[in-house]
Write a protein that binds this ligand. Sequence first.
Ligand SMILES: Cc1cc2nc3c(=O)[nH]c(=O)nc-3n(C[C@H](O)[C@H](O)[C@H](O)COP(=O)(O)OP(=O)(O)OC[C@H]3O[C@@H](n4cnc5c(N)ncnc54)[C@H](O)[C@@H]3O)c2cc1C
Length: 395
Amino acid sequence: MTTELILVGGGLANSLIAHRILMTRPDFPLLVVERAASLGANHTWSFHDSDLSDDQLRWIAPLVAHHWANHELRFPNRRRTIEDNYNSVTSELLHEVVAPELGDRMRLETEVTEVTPDGIVLADGRRIEARAVIDGRGDPGAGHLDIGYQKFLGVFARLAEPHRLTGPILMDATVEQTDGYRFFYTLPFSDTEVLIEDTYYADGPALDRPRLRTGIENYAEQQGWAIAEVTGEEAGVLPIVLGGDIDAFWAVDPARVARSGMRGAFFHPTTGYSLPEAVRLADEIAAIPSLDSARLFDLTRRRSGELWRRTGYYRLLNRMLFRATEPDQRYRIFERFYGLSDGLIRRFYAGRLKWFDKVRVLIGKPPVPVHRALRCLAENRHPSTALSSSSGGIQ
Ligand SMILES: Cc1cc2nc3c(=O)[nH]c(=O)nc-3n(C[C@H](O)[C@H](O)[C@H](O)COP(=O)(O)OP(=O)(O)OC[C@H]3O[C@@H](n4cnc5c(N)ncnc54)[C@H](O)[C@@H]3O)c2cc1C
């Protein structure tokens, strides 16, 4: 069998690429191969309006299952509500929208065992050839990247009574600080349906699920929310990049296969979130009139390198957070950050900080001993961290 484009893995990034291509070329001969029983597996992906352009917000709108006009931050010495639209895409809706667009151009519950620039091999030994292949099989592991972790357990719950929130609580750090920076993240899907996540910016990836479940029950109780039923659970261990070598990251797999999503390091260094980068990559790929493997490899490799160079400053902040700050004091970095202007906060999450924002974030009194901060800055100059002068401002 032969087709034009094979998308290996039907997760967030490749589903968005397929959706975006089919918006303008509904008959395009492509194939999505996914090992799970549905596209996107079992996920809720959130983003701010300010992460995307107006045009991107328009085309992703059919995939947005929940939308809020504000969100809240809570720290021991600061409480703040930010008026900025926040959205969640769910894997259920992603599947509901994209699967019919794909029709028989989708193979679910199908394992891919080999990926090359001109085709794939399935677990049953069959080979499918294509002019172009994009590997979107998710997080390849941290090879050659120096990382900390954002890890969490989330519980989807139905409450006995309405929660009375007006929007999500993106960080509630008024809780006991254990295992690094700890906060609760709550998305209110309806008056009585919520997702509550116990989240840690921690040095290690281990998740003690029973302990976190108890933590979530206790937190709900403190908020006055009686959980009537737990309807689901999701867990994540996302990379927070402190440094590393992006060339070596790509060189682990010598085949010149294009990559999308986490596979190509297309994620925000400080949050581990990948949706905005996945939207941007989908836009760029869908705009190419004729897709072939060499061109797609060059495009994704180049974009990944550019993103790495543009985000050197975020890795510096991550090192300050993980290496220069005592774990139980890390919350103070975020507490201070959320005292800055709405515009700066938006630009931070959108990855569009200006040079004066970078200066603004660093000046003041963070809880970081000077000698440790200087060590983080010095590391920034190490060639393996591949920082660029093109990112402007502090290197
Ligand atoms: C619990 C959780 C919550 C997150 N929340 C957010 C969020 O709110 N906002 C945000 O922007 N980011 C979020 N992220 C981070 C990131 O956006 C997600 O990890 C996102 O799903 C990454 O997209 P992806 O396409 O790279 O990988 P995935 O969505 O993981 O897709 C990879 C797909 O490849 C399939 N696959 C893997 N190997 C094979 C194989 N051999 N054969 C066939 N199929 C295969 C997998 O089954 C999977 O469906 C979250 C991550 C997690 C884990």
